[in-house]
Write a protein that binds this ligand. Structure first.
Ligand code: ACM
Ligand code: ZN
Length: 657
């Protein structure tokens, strides 16, 4: 017992001595018995051999962060120098009692070395132990996405988030600038985008959505070209590239409020897709892109490509004609035609496209595209480069703790540790956290959802998988959260974390566990959980219906939802049959309206044990409810049936006792 305690203490000290650097470097070694570096009243820095633009950038940055930059020839406590042998964003950092040397082959590498030095300075105050760090990122693209369409954010908010990103070695800020809820980029060519499409009658997305998705009004706004350029420059000074996303071919209702002729219906109603049959669409988008490219110098431009309802195109004469003229077999191929045409235009301007993985449908994009995977598309399944940002792990609009303790979210449950434990395929080119903002009206709420989870995104994107350590990370996330609060960020408090649904934390044993289940109505293929055995596997679902433990049921045109027959294998005395349902009305997940439970020995002639009616009532909670029977029966077969007039049903573990 004593010995174990001792070992635990030694491990804890080792973890502590690895310092609060986040993300953790690839390798760090402390030099034993060496004198530490005593930092003086001012920490002097000299920059040797960097390109002059980098020297200016780094000097300005360091001067703004309590370093005193001195001329190259002078002695200084910190030396930055160029070492062409190192990889693009890699750096080496050495500390001894004489000073700190940081070397890298690029300004970016030096910048990450400076970030590490700032962590060490925070950590050890005036006395930094002698050490050597050799560091380079796991993924070249390390991103954060902000949706500023659903709720507008001002320039200052975005600059502040860039300051958080720089401390985490993140290097791509993806701005989701356009969507049905509002157009947020200034356009001189198409001014109605700013006079109509940037505005709505209601302040919040929820009110706007409930109010019929109208445009014009006093709520909303957009960023001017000047403000956007300032954001781009501010980010560039921190080695962060801003990638604008301009949504197409769908998620574009706000454009049609301003320019209705561009939709398939030629009105501002009933269509979210640009008309792919109309040349006016391509002229409009190309002219807009000219303006966008002028603001954003990034090589990659995100052109959306997600969730285009294909039926809108098949109902449109112009789109059908386009499909016939171009020999396109399906609306998915029409989507590929659309995306490829825009890619060609971008190529003519020396740029490339990023698209959501939906764009792989049909022929997919042409080979210059990078795929951003939100639906879980794995790099091994496509020939194009993939940035991973799977919804299950990287969507920071999900609950981060027990829903009853949190502000209303869109749904889901991604705790810090769920995200941290995700191990992206190293074949990906990038990793990104996404903050969609339908349910996030305010700036401080947005930060609350971002932090500390973005720390887990950053460490997963930067640190080699074998160097990740969940316990040590959590300790650092708590102290980093504290530091961020002192800088005015709103951060979720990990000290109050409740964790996953208690029922999901321990397996449950019961008479139906592991028994054969026959589906009299199929489950929804989008949410199969563990397939045919999932309802009796002894594992119960957590806060999130995407946790692969809840099974989904949906019928397009009937009330039929769950209908399963369980074979207990032999006639068995039973006293209880029950199952748990989840309700979260935002994403249309409802409790059932009707549950009927049967049992007996002849599957074709079972006895009804109970029939339960329930009225579906909308609320803003995430709720769980058991529907069951208690009594006395003997039976080999149990049938559990649930119906509902609307929505998806999620059920887990049918427990028989
Ligand atoms: C997405 O979440 N529709 C990319
Ligand atoms: Zn059309």
């Amino acid at each position: 017992m004593k010995k174990n305690n001792l070992i635990a203490t030694v491990f804890a000290m080792a973890a502590l001595s690895a310092s609060a650097i986040t993300p953790q470097p690839s390798s760090i070694s402390f030099i034993e018995n060496a004198k530490p570096l005593k930092l003086g009243k001012e920490t002097t820095v000299r920059i040797i051999g960097a390109e002059s633009s980098d020297s200016i950038r780094l000097a300005e940055y360091m001067s703004a962060h309590d370093f005193t930059v001195v001329p190259t020839k002078k002695k200084a406590q910190v030396s930055l120098s160029i070492d062409q042998q190192l990889g693009h964003e890699a750096y080496n950092l050495h500390v001894n009692n004489k000073g700190v040397s940081i070397s890298a082959s690029s300004g970016a590498g030096l910048f990450y070395g400076i970030q590490t030095l700032m962590d060490l300075r925070d950590d050890y105050s005036k006395s930094i132990p002698a050490l050597s760090i050799s560091d380079s990122p796991r993924f070249a693209y390390r991103g954060m996405m902000l949706d500023i369409s659903r709720h507008p954010r001002d320039k200052e908010f975005i600059l502040k988030q860039i300051r958080a990103m720089e401390r985490l070695n993140l290097n791509r800020l993806h701005l989701h600038l356009t969507d049905a809820a509002g157009w947020r980029i200034e356009s001189e060519k198409y001014p109605r985008l700013n006079t109509v499409a940037s505005w709505r009658p209601e302040e919040t997305w929820k009110e706007w959505n409930a109010g019929g998705n109208l445009y014009g009004g006093t709520h909303g706004g957009f960023l001017t070209k000047e403000e956007l350029k300032e954001i781009v420059d501010y980010a560039a000074d921190r080695y962060i590239t801003v990638i604008p996303e301009v949504e197409m071919p769908s998620h574009s209702e706000e454009v049609f409020a301003a320019y209705p002729m561009l939709s398939c219906t030629h009105t501002d109603k009933g269509c979210s897709n640009f008309c792919a049959g109309s040349e006016a669409t391509f002229e409009f988008i190309q002219e807009l892109l000219d303006e966008v490219l002028e603001i954003f110098p990034s090589e990659y431009i995100h052109i959306g490509g997600d969730e285009a309802p294909k039926g809108q195109w098949t109902e449109c004469d112009a789109c059908r004609k386009r499909m016939a003229d171009e020999g396109l077999a399906s609306p998915e191929h029409l989507q590929s035609y659309f995306i490829r045409r825009i890619q060609d235009y971008l190529s003519s301007k020396g740029r490339k496209a990023i698209v959501w993985d939906d764009a792989l449908e049909g022929d997919g994009p042409s080979e210059s595209a990078v795929i951003m995977s939100w639906r879980g598309t794995e790099p091994s399944s496509v020939s194009l480069p993939v940035i991973l940002s799977p919804g299950r792990y990287c969507y920071l609009d999900s609950y981060q703790d027990a829903p009853s303790t949190q502000p209303e979210a869109i749904g889901g449950y991604t705790s810090l540790s769920t995200l941290y434990d995700y191990d992206p395929d190293p074949a990906a080119v990038g990793f990104q956290g996404n903050l969609w903002c339908e349910y996030i009206p305010t700036d401080s709420h947005a930060e609350y959802m971002l932090y500390p989870r973005m720390l887990a995104v950053a460490e997963t994107a930067w640190t080699p998988a074998e160097r990740k350590n969940a316990d040590d990370f959590r300790r650092r996330a708590i102290s980093e959260s504290e530091r961020m609060r002192t800088e005015g960020f709103t951060v979720f408090d990990l000290n109050t974390e409740v964790g996953n649904r208690p029922e999901a934390q321990t397996p449950v044993d019961h008479l139906a566990k592991g028994k054969k289940v026959t589906y009299l109505s199929p489950y929804w293929k989008n949410y199969p959980a563990g397939g045919d055995s999932t309802l009796v596997d002894g594992l119960r679902g957590g806060w999130n219906y995407s946790d692969r433990l809840w099974q989904g049921f949906l019928s397009a045109d009937s009330d039929e939802r769950v209908d399963v027959l369980i074979d207990l294998g032999a006639e068995t005395p039973i006293q209880e049959i029950s199952a748990t349902f989840m309700q979260i009305c935002g994403p249309d997940v409802w409790f059932p309206e009707h549950v009927t439970i049967y049992a007996g020995n002849d599957p074709d002639d079972l006895t009804e044990l109970t029939s339960i009616n329930h009225t579906q009532i909308a609320d803003t909670e995430v709720s769980f409810r058991d529907f069951g029977w208690k009594g006395s029966a003997t039976a080999r077969y149990v049938r559990y049936r649930a119906t509902a007039a609307k929505g998806v049903i999620f059920i887990d573990e049918i427990i028989v006792r």
